[in-house]
Design a protein around this ligand. Structure first.
Ligand SMILES: [Zn+2]
Ligand SMILES: [Zn+2]
Length: 175
């Protein structure tokens, strides 16, 4: 219990409160993350298996970086806390992403696409704490929009159609 309290950063003041916490009731998230300020937290119930790097201009603007490194999981496997603190915005017509910025730090938290059982969450990979649990990126998409060359041997896809097909293939094989 001591270790558990330390890991979660909690200060448990009353011993009787400590004893009332049952470890069996605690469902750990496999991967924890948050926006930059920590207001909006993310807990993945699965270890992600899909990750990509997008160089499109919308991602560049949204991320405030030269590219977007995102990890993809089924939305139902992701628990988002303080979702009311996230401003979701769509930047282009379908099939598009609803891109969520934290209202406090104004930094990307999560992006959603699709609906129902097909809803997916795209999470900026740097939002996760345990980086070693993330898969390596599988590919680069919209590579023709890159601001800098990628120093790796990953597959690189240019243009909308090739990039969308590549995402589809990755998701079918990985999720
Ligand atoms: Zn924030
Ligand atoms: Zn993009």
């Amino acid at each position: 219990m001591q270790g558990y309290a330390r890991i979660c950063g909690w200060t448990l003041k009353k011993p009787q409160f400590q004893e009332s916490i049952s470890m069996t009731k605690y469902t750990p998230s496999l991967l924890h993350g948050s926006c930059e300020c920590g207001t909006c937290t993310l807990d993945a119930k699965v270890i992600p298996t899909a990750r990509l790097i997008c160089h499109c201009t919308i991602c560049q603007r949204f991320m405030g970086k030269s590219f977007s490194d995102v990890t993809v999981i089924a939305a139902k496997q992701l628990e988002v806390k303080n979702i009311e603190q996230i401003s979701f915005k769509k930047y282009r017509p379908p099939p598009n992403l609803a891109r969520g910025l934290c209202l406090n730090c104004k930094k990307p938290v999560v992006e959603f696409i699709g609906f129902g059982p097909f809803k997916l969450a795209f999470i900026p990979s740097s939002n996760f704490e345990s980086q070693h649990l993330l898969p390596a990126p599988y590919m680069h998409i919209f590579y023709e929009k890159r601001l800098e060359n990628a120093p790796d041997n990953l597959p690189k896809y240019n243009g909308y159609i090739s990039s969308q097909l590549a995402i589809g293939k990755m998701l079918i094989s990985r999720l």
